[in-house]
Design a binder for this molecule. Structure first.
Ligand code: NAD
Length: 351
């Protein structure tokens, strides 16, 4: 190790099958008395369950969380929270619901407890995003971190197989980028390698539809570790490209990460041999990039931008937009590099 700066983010984590039962205790610990439960419409049952556990302390349910946190949703949810006199929230769901809780923290100062139900890892990061006029603004602010995270693998039993796979690949991308981030450090590298290993081991088991509690726990542990990696480091080309693709073309978040993961790795890992070695070890494979391609394919996730509805003619504009803002990366990329990378990702050709 040459030099490093590492700052631990505040995080209280309760992990274990059945730990959702501790929701009332955890919100109490944080000092919440009038709680608004947040979820998407499809996670209505979980929102009801959380409300039942909270009893009198639940003052309402807001079930309109949506992907990419539209500003209109944030304004609407703040109004509901204010009307109900809520002093905090419980975010019961994946990255979209946790994203709404972060926005409510940022704009209305409402603390929250997270009950993650996918593997995206957002609950471990101070990164927030709010979308207005088709542009997603993002930032880092410690105030958006949850006061407690309850990781209950049983809550992931209902996650659709496609969401499990792509949210898990999204988490793996956090860890891969953390390994070569300029502010990476030994704790981050250790978390990244273990997190990738956990997810790569568990996701194929879950893909088979097996009702496997151990695999669910391993995947959620991987999500925790990979999310913590993203929380501790600066994002590189992979996250930048996915952000531009998502923002300009309104692509689905996790699927875009799944498609881009092996292609950005093919570009970056030759310039970051220590990261390449760590990813290969985590995947138990001789070559990291080939193993990432194999994992994405095995999981049945989308493997090309064409599959996501991107036209080849749009690639140059994506490359140009990516070049407009600087980002940290182990290897500089010019317009030609980015166009070539996007072409490969568009056709899904393994690098
Ligand atoms: P998601 O939260 O959008 O969930 C996808 C769908 O699956 C939703 O309809 C949801 O209701 C459903 N679902 C989730 N868990 C379920 C369960 N256990 N049972 C049944 N249905 C379930 O998907 P995601 O991939 O977790 O999150 C994507 C969002 O998270 C994006 O907006 C992305 O920007 C954000 N994100 C943010 C960070 C960060 O650090 N800020 C990190 C990763 C992702």
């Amino acid at each position: 190790m040459s030099a490093a700066v590492y700052e631990t983010l505040p995080a209280r984590v309760v992990f274990g099958a059945g730990s959702v039962a501790r929701l009332a205790e955890e919100t109490n610990h944080v000092g919440l008395r009038r709680i608004l439960v947040l979820s998407t419409p499809t996670q209505h049952d979980l929102a009801r369950r959380a409300t039942a556990i909270l009893g009198d302390r639940a003052v309402g349910v807001y079930e309109r969380a949506r992907m990419h946190v539209p500003l209109a949703t944030v304004i609407d949810a703040v109004e509901v929270a204010t009307e109900l006199g809520a002093d905090g929230c419980v975010a019961a769901g994946g990255g979209s619901t946790i994203g709404l809780a972060k926005a409510l923290s940022l704009r209305a100062g409402l603390p929250y407890v997270a009950l993650p139900t996918t593997y995206a890892g957002s609950e471990m990061t101070p990164v927030w995003g709010i979308t207005e006029d088709s542009r997603k603004r993002t930032g880092r602010d410690r105030s958006v971190l949850p006061r407690a995270v309850i990781y209950d693998p049983e809550l992931t039993a209902t996650v659709p197989a496609a969401v499990a796979a792509t949210s898990g690949l999204n988490a793996i991308a956090h860890a891969v980028e953390a390994l070569y981030a300029p502010d990476s450090s030994p704790p981050v590298a250790a978390m990244a390698e273990r997190g990738i290993r956990d997810l790569a081991e568990a996701l194929p088991v879950l893909r088979t539809g097996a009702s496997d509690g151990a695999a669910r726990a391993t995947a959620l542990e991987g999500a925790w570790l990979c999310g913590a990696c993203l929380g501790a480091t600066t994002m590189g080309l992979h996250h930048k490209l996915c952000h531009v693709l998502g923002g300009m073309l309104d692509l689905p978040h996790a699927e875009t990460h799944a498609v881009m993961l092996p292609h950005v790795a093919a570009f970056n890992l030759p310039a970051a041999p220590h990261a390449a070695a760590a990813v290969a070890r985590a995947l138990d494979a001789p070559v990291a990039v080939a193993a990432l391609h194999k994992l994405v394919t095995e999981l049945g996730a989308p493997t090309s931008l064409a599959e996501l509805g991107v036209s080849r003619a749009q690639l140059r504009a994506i490359a140009e937009e990516t070049l407009t803002a600087p980002y940290a990366n182990p290897r500089p990329a010019d317009l030609r590099d980015l166009t070539d990378l996007l072409e490969a990702a568009w056709s899904g050709t393994p690098a």
